[in-house]
Design a protein. Structure first.
Length: 346
């Protein structure tokens, strides 16, 4: 049985991926500092899968912590590295926190891999590396644009670090997955996104507005060059994303890579405007949403969606869940949270 270390395994995408790995028979070790999750998510993963993964509550921006985990589990076959700070606005206010957390953890994990011989890594990257591309949809060869935020910069730098390390050390194999906009929740409604405070992202903002927690959705601008003037994104169901991690992992374990460092766009290939998302939510749930158009949000790109040809062909993976499915499951998760406010912490 392959053993996989999952950093950030109790987070939003991490927890869905852990469920998928456990269901597929992998032995999983979760490392998470609970800075953006709750211990109860572990219990919920166990409820869904009937399995009990090992859990280590550790901050991996501290070198000794990383080394102790990797030495103890030097028989691991791979690391899936989710753990990172991810709020764009917070990264602008506190850049050092982002550079420390996101870069240190990457450097220490790669050092630990070199020392212990753990050969494989799957890394959480983001479409943020592309900024606003000139040509749409974006392919993996679309060049990086200067990052809009320290958060985005850490994703670019982490990819560059992995590339350089893979160049220098052919014993290390890595795949970076560039996520578009992950939304939705697991079918069980036992795990999902746990936004801290007022959400920044569109879908949790929509569901909290619909639940009456927030008074109205503010739509940031309707004067973009898009079909209805609101920005276009490629929303992808978190369960599809979780499956892509397992598939990428198998590619590494089966040594099917073309190069020891590869990167793939993970989206559906469909772009939707903010207003289309609002309409899809209303249709999927029967709930009317209060919304208002306000000024543009600084730093927002106008439109972006993925060319997923490479992931479809090389990984043999395709996102299958529709925008309707995403909205329905996001709403069901919001209803579950209403009955379990303890999940959002104190
Ligand atoms: N939006 C609103 N109102 C809100 C929240 C969002 O109108 O209350 C709009 C945004 O303006 C944007 C769209 O909804 O047009 C999506 O916004 P999100 O914040 O959900 O997602 P972003 O595309 O801005 O952010 C995502 C990831 C980030 C990443 C960024 C890179 O969440 O981690 O893409 O572009 F850095």
């Amino acid at each position: 049985m392959s053993k996989i270390i999952v950093t950030g395994g109790l987070g939003y995408i991490g927890s869905h991926t852990v469920v998928n790995l456990l269901e597929d028979g992998f032995d999983v070790v979760i490392v998470d500092d609970l800075s953006n999750s709750q211990h109860d998510i572990l219990r919920r993963i166990e409820t869904i899968t009937g399995k009990q993964p090992e859990f280590l509550q550790l901050d991996i921006s501290v070198r000794d912590n990383v080394m102790s985990v990797l030495r103890r589990h030097s028989d691991a076959d791979a690391i899936i590295h989710f753990a990172a700070s991810k709020a764009v606005g917070e990264s602008v206010e506190n850049p050092l926190l982002y550079y420390r957390n996101n870069l240190n953890s990457m450097i220490f994990l790669l050092e630990g891999m070199q020392e212990t011989g753990i050969p494989n890594m799957v890394f959480s990257s983001s479409c943020t590396v592309y900024g606003q591309p000139d040509k749409l949809p974006v392919t993996e060869s679309t060049p990086f644009r200067p990052a809009e935020s320290p958060y985005g910069n850490t994703k670019q730098i982490c990819e560059e670090i992995i590339r350089d390390v893979c160049n220098a050390n052919k014993n290390i194999q890595a795949i970076a997955l560039r996520y578009f906009n992950p939304v939705g929740a697991h079918d069980s409604h036992l795990i999902g996104e746990l936004p801290r405070g007022v959400p920044n992202n569109l879908v949790p903002y929509i569901t909290q507005t619909a639940a009456g927690i927030l008074p109205e959705l503010r739509i940031f601008g309707d004067d973009y060059d898009t079909p209805d003037g609101t920005p276009v994104r490629d929303y992808i169901h978190v369960v599809d994303l979780a499956i892509a991690h397992r598939v990428a992992l198998r590619r590494l374990l089966d040594r099917r890579q073309k190069n020891n460092y590869e990167y793939f766009n993970l989206g559906t290939g469909n772009g939707y405007t903010v207003l289309e998302v609002v309409k899809a939510f209303e249709k999927a749930t029967g709930v009317q949403l209060r919304y208002r158009i306000v000024a543009r949000r600084p730093g927002d790109v106008e439109k972006i969606w993925a060319d997923t040809t490479l992931a479809n062909r090389e990984l043999g993976w395709k996102a299958e869940r529709s925008l309707h499915d995403m909205m329905k499951s996001a709403w069901e998760w919001q209803l579950h949270l209403r009955d379990h406010p303890e999940l959002l912490g104190s």
